[in-house]
Design a protein around this ligand. Structure first.
Ligand SMILES: Nc1ncnc2c1ncn2[C@@H]1O[C@H](COP(=O)(O)OP(=O)(O)OP(=O)(O)O)[C@@H](O)[C@H]1O
Ligand SMILES: [Mg+2]
Length: 257
């Protein structure tokens, strides 16, 4: 196992809570992702996935608890922590008036990367995602999937050690989803920790070494699929429905079959 060798976690949440007004949306989340792991973050709509990821990446201040990236507290040591992380948000922003190559230059500047190395890494990524020939076109003219890839390229440019993706495969064709899968494995093989939220159980099943299931702001299960299945349930879907929705959700799923 990736974390059997005693390595320290690259992504760590300790008692993370987030309160929105009177509502406690995230109720004390503990999780850890280790070098080389791809972890799926699963849960129904409104469970707290995006809120947790935003606290881990420093975009939201936790109401309580600690988030650490590579051992650095994201609130107290934000510069060190943020230098190590890459983030693909659920609703990514792209500057439509820039071309993909100009966007790469922009990100390189923001991270103060060596311009030549960043350009080379950018070209590698453009080729990997099949965008090299369209790298001089405006991002505003890109299709949804192409935009998604451009966001991923931007998030990977500085070689993050901790990589977060919030619903990265929504709206992607099967080939692009496969590309993301292969790309994540490549990134993980270089020792990066990957935490990816998804609704699509099949994706978690195919892409992830481990899953963490959150429901109503509480982690209800964590482990490898084998470990979760040891409870006697065959498919991840059954496990997911049982742990999150209970009988009601299972009945809806059954009715839709
Ligand atoms: N800015 C906000 N103000 C108030 N409540 C919020 C805010 N953002 C999220 N919430 C609430 O917090 C809870 C968790 O939301 P969150 O977006 O983290 O869920 P999620 O698991 O990412 O859901 P989805 O699968 O739909 O993306 C929800 O009840 C949501 O309504
Ligand atoms: Mg979300």
């Amino acid at each position: 196992m990736a974390h059997g060798n005693g390595a320290a976690p690259l992504i760590e949440a300790i008692g993370l809570q987030k309160r929105y007004g009177a509502t406690l949306a995230v109720k004390g989340v503990d999780l850890a992702v280790y070098p080389g792991e791809i972890v799926g973050f699963l849960g129904p709509n409104g469970a707290g996935k995006t809120t947790t990821i935003k606290m881990l990446t420093g975009l939201l201040r936790p109401s309580a608890g600690t988030a650490r990236i590579g051992g650095f507290d994201i609130q107290r040591e934000p510069l060190q922590a943020k230098a190590l992380l890459g983030y693909v948000p659920d609703q990514p922003y792209l500057p439509d008036k820039l071309t993909a190559r100009e966007y790469i230059q922009l990100i390189a500047g923001l991270y103060r990367l060596d311009p030549r190395q960043a350009a080379q890494r950018g070209e590698e990524l453009l080729h990997l995602f099949g965008l090299a020939e369209r790298g001089d076109e405006l991002l505003g003219s890109y299709s949804h999937g192409m935009r998604q890839k451009a966001v991923v390229i931007g998030a990977l440019l500085h070689d993050p050690r901790a990589f977060f993706l919030d619903e990265p495969t929504v709206g992607l064709d099967p080939r692009s989803a496969r590309l993301i899968k292969d790309m994540l494995r490549q990134v993980a093989n270089q020792g990066t920790a990957v935490l990816m939220s998804t609704h699509i159980l099949e994706i978690a099943e195919r892409m992830c070494d481990r899953v963490i299931i959150i429901n109503a702001g509480v982690i209800v299960a964590a482990g490898t699929l084998e470990e979760l299945r040891a409870g006697g349930q065959a498919s991840l879907e059954d496990i997911f429905l049982t742990l999150t929705g209970g009988a009601e959700a299972a009945a809806i799923a059954e009715a839709l079959r």
